[in-house]
Write a protein that binds this ligand. Structure first.
Ligand SMILES: [Mn+2]
Length: 301
């Protein structure tokens, strides 16, 4: 018998049980269709480690994770190499979370992991809309002959929800046809002037938020499979995110962290902070209010 205490390996501050959670974090260590630099299978574990360096309070949103029950389910153990079996596992797990009335928060992993989650979501929310941050449109109909790939994932999601249920930000790389498609279908939010139109697509509907971390500039996000120069600073990213914070987010994922390409560890810290801000979206809970509520409930902080 060794006494401990031992360092927890889950996400900082997570609650004990699935039942009490609002958000459910699920690690998705899969990078099987990655076309350039593999390694996102190590993303979720790295994000968990970095979470311990975060504060629970977000000055940006004046909200605290203490008032946000979230459960860290851990990493799914995948039969690596069997893409279809892995997608089925993710779909079934996401379905359990969604049908229990909880919000999925997937930690990638490559971006293909979003598709089976959207499949599970549209079963419960047929009017689901998707808000997509990425350097890449991921709208190819196939990639090297494959219909299911990190490069086609948003096209597969559009097959389910329709092009008029998608809003995309930060896209700065892709073939001309993808840009033509986005402009034709009005999915690409390029300037502040486009914001009201984008919000009109999303307001009043259940929204799934999918964030490919390569939307951020490689200067803070070198730790990703397909870095693209010219990306958002962290400040610009959160400014955009705050434009959407009043929406009804029913689930989210944060994908494509590949920690071994970032020896400084900065990308992983950024990723963890993105996850924190996502969990606090829509929760306008002032810290003092939360503490007062705790005191009233007779619990200790
Ligand atoms: Mn991308």
């Amino acid at each position: 018998m060794v006494r401990g205490p031992f360092i927890p390996r889950n996400w900082m501050g997570a609650c004990e049980t699935f039942e009490e959670a609002d958000w459910v974090l699920v690690g998705l260590p899969y990078d099987g269709t990655t076309s350039f630099r593999p390694g996102t299978r190590f993303g979720p574990e790295a994000i968990r480690g970095a979470s311990w360096g975060l504060e629970t309070y977000s000055p940006l949103q004046d909200a605290d994770l203490d008032g946000t029950p979230y459960f860290d389910a851990g990493e799914l153990e995948f039969p690596l190499g069997n893409r279809d079996a892995i997608l089925t596992m993710i779909r079934e797990n996401a379905r359990d979370v969604v049908q229990a009335g909880k919000r999925w928060l997937g930690l990638g992993g490559e971006h293909l992991v979003t598709f089976p989650v959207i499949e599970a979501y549209v079963e419960k929310y047929p009017d689901l809309a998707i808000l997509h941050f990425d350097a890449h449109a991921d709208l190819r109909d196939d990639y090297l002959g494959e219909k299911l790939s990190h490069a086609t994932v948003l096209r597969r999601c559009v097959d389910l929800v329709g092009a008029d249920s998608l809003v995309q930000l930060g896209i700065r790389s892709g073939p001309q046809e993808e840009f033509a498609w986005m402009r034709k279908n009005g999915t690409l939010l390029e300037t502040r002037e486009d914001l009201p139109k984008a919000l009109a697509r999303l307001e009043g509907r259940p929204v799934f938020l999918t964030i490919d971390l390569d939307v951020l500039d490689p200067s803070i996000m070198s730790g990703t499979g397909t870095p693209e120069p010219g990306g958002m600073s962290f400040s610009t990213f959160v400014e955009w995110l705050m434009e959407f914070r009043h929406l009804n987010f029913v689930g989210a994922d944060v994908v494509e962290l590949s920690p071994h390409y970032d020896p400084s560890g900065v990308s992983t810290v950024v990723a963890a902070k993105v996850v924190r801000e996502v969990m606090l979206l829509g929760r306008k809970q002032n810290q003092q209010t939360a503490q007062a509520a705790k005191a009233a409930a007779g619990t200790t902080a």
